[in-house]
Design a protein around this ligand. Sequence first.
Ligand code: SF4
Length: 110
Amino acid sequence: MDLREMISARASELAWQGQAACRKEGVNAEWFFPSSGNSHAFTQAAKDVCATCPVRDNCLRQGWADGELGTWGGVSYEERQALIEHEITVDQFIELRDQREADEAEDDDA
Ligand code: SF4
């Protein structure tokens, strides 16, 4: 792969970021990377934004693979570390999360 192909591949890898819900006006970046005593409230605010995000899975996969700090794809750093310690893969997590959300939606309809 030459340099031009590498740049093009990287740009398409990151194209999903243009659809990120956290880029909308009114969203505080600190919610995703809390540094103060408000970390629980901030992390929950971040998760609420992530729950509406159309690129949640892309984001989660990147945060998971790169060991990023902060909340990515609706999952905090500490939660990702605990899942990884229990040898849960990102694909397994996404499948379980989607199943849980489908079950909850079904319960709400009942
Ligand atoms: S999942 Fe959350 S952190 Fe990731 S891009 Fe979407 S809103 Fe931002």
